[in-house]
Write a new protein. Structure first.
Length: 184
């Protein structure tokens, strides 16, 4: 299962010219949000799942004079769940680089993964228990080492989208990138 947490973000445009003296000008704009995914999520009840969301909330949410982010929704999804954001990068346009949604681990890390313009797979990991400091940035491997040929072709725009969702990742690569075909 996957725990999926969705947030809303607002940015205070009034703070851009604030000199940190007196009241901060207020000119808030909604800026979309983020989707955070906890993979291999095990739970026994909705109360237990909610407790995990509550424990992660302090690592996800922010509120200051410049920026606010808060949780608006969460759900437990099947292992084959793929977010609209990840699907849209395949279905709408030339994809380079390809970004995956932020992954969270229950031991306190945020992980951002992407396939760069050089065709290599990258991962940045932040320690949420240590003031969100970046732990490492890795250039891992060629995507061909873990992604299906069909997925690579779609990333490069060499095939037409099939009806429904595309065949994205071979079964042996799904656990590496956390991305599998969503059954229609």
């Amino acid at each position: 299962m996957k725990l999926v947490i969705v947030t809303q973000i607002k940015e205070n445009y009034g703070a851009h010219t604030w000199d940190v003296k007196g009241e901060c000008p207020q000119y808030w704009k909604f800026k979309g949000g983020e989707t955070y995914i906890v993979e291999d999520f095990q739970f026994e009840s909705s109360e237990q799942a909610k407790a995990v969301v509550d424990s992660l909330e302090t690592h996800i949410t922010q509120s200051n004079e410049y920026f606010q982010e808060w949780i608006i929704n969460w759900s437990v999804e099947s292992d084959d769940f793929v977010s609209d954001y990840e699907i849209s990068q395949i279905e709408y346009g030339d994809i380079s680089p390809y970004y995956f949604d932020m992954r969270l681990t229950l031991d306190g890390f945020k992980i951002k993964r992407f396939i760069g313009m050089d065709g290599l797979f990258y991962e940045t990991k932040w320690d949420m228990n240590n003031d969100h400091k970046a732990v490492h940035v890795d250039k891992i491997v060629q995507p061909e080492d873990f992604l299906s040929e069909d997925f690579i072709a779609k990333l490069k725009g060499n095939t037409e989208a099939e009806e429904g969702l595309p065949e994205w990742v071979s079964p042996n690569s799904a656990s590496i990138v956390g991305l599998t075909r969503k059954n229609a």
